[in-house]
Design a protein. Structure first.
Length: 191
C-alpha cells in the first residue's frame, strides 16, 4: 500500500498563488482538447446560470456532433483536503448553468465524503502536484525531491475496493475518459 492509501499525504502545499494555480489547471485542460472542434479554455469565465452569473475558475467549451458543450473546473488550492460541500457547490453550479461536466482540481487531495459524492454525481476529482513528487520512496532516510515547477495531474477516485489514482498528464486517453465519462461509469485505466 502507498502512503496515500493510509491517509498520509507526502505532497507539499504549492508555492503557487491561487491565480497561478488556476492558470496551471487551464494549461492542462487546454492540452486535452486537440481533437474536438472549437475547443476554448477560459480562466475566470463568467457563466450565466438560472440564478445569476458565476465566475468559474476555468471553463472548457467545445462543439461535438454539432452540439455545444460546457465543462466547469473549480480549482481548490487549499491547505487541507477538499470537503464534500465544495463538490456540492460545483454540482449546484452545473445544474444552474446547464454545463455537461464538472471537475474539481485540488492541491491537497480530497476527503472520502467528497470522493463518494463526486462519484455518485459524475464529477471528476483531479489532484495537481509538482512533478518532483510523482514518485514516493519507502526509504525514510532518502532526501525529499526538490520542487521542479512542472506540474502533474492525477485523477483521484473512490471505487468499491478503495482508491484509484490515474495519471492524466501526457495521457490523453485517460484524460478523455475522465472528462467525458458517463455518470456512474468508471474509467478503464488503472493507477
Amino acid at each position: 500500500m502507498t502512503a496515500l492509501e493510509h491517509g498520509v499525504d507526502r505532497w507539499p502545499t504549492f508555492e503557487l498563488s491561487p491565480v497561478e494555480y488556476e492558470q496551471a489547471v487551464a494549461g492542462l485542460v487546454q492540452s486535452a482538447g486537440h481533437e474536438i472542434a472549437d475547443w476554448q479554455v477560459q480562466h475566470l469565465d463568467p457563466v450565466e446560470g438560472l440564478d445569476g452569473t458565476y465566475i468559474i475558475d476555468v471553463t472548457a467549451r467545445f462543439r461535438l456532433m454539432g452540439a455545444d458543450f460546457l465543462m466547469l473546473f473549480e480549482c481548490k488550492r487549499h491547505a487541507s483536503p477538499v470537503k464534500r460541500e465544495h463538490v456540492q457547490v460545483l454540482k449546484d453550479k452545473l445544474q444552474s448553468t446547464g454545463a455537461q461536466k464538472g471537475v474539481v482540481v485540488a492541491a491537497s487531495g480530497f476527503q472520502r465524503g467528497a470522493l463518494e459524492y463526486a462519484r455518485r454525481h459524475g464529477i471528476a476529482c483531479v489532484r495537481l502536484v509538482d512533478g518532483a513528487w510523482v514518485y514516493e520512496t519507502r526509504d525514510i532516510f532518502t532526501a525529499s525531491p526538490q520542487a521542479t515547477g512542472g506540474y502533474v495531474a492525477y485523477a483521484r477516485q473512490i471505487t468499491d475496493h478503495g482508491y484509484r489514482n490515474t495519471l492524466l498528464t501526457d495521457q490523453q486517453q485517460y484524460a478523455r475518459e475522465l472528462l467525458f465519462e458517463v455518470r456512474g461509469e468508471e474509467p478503464t485505466s488503472q493507477g
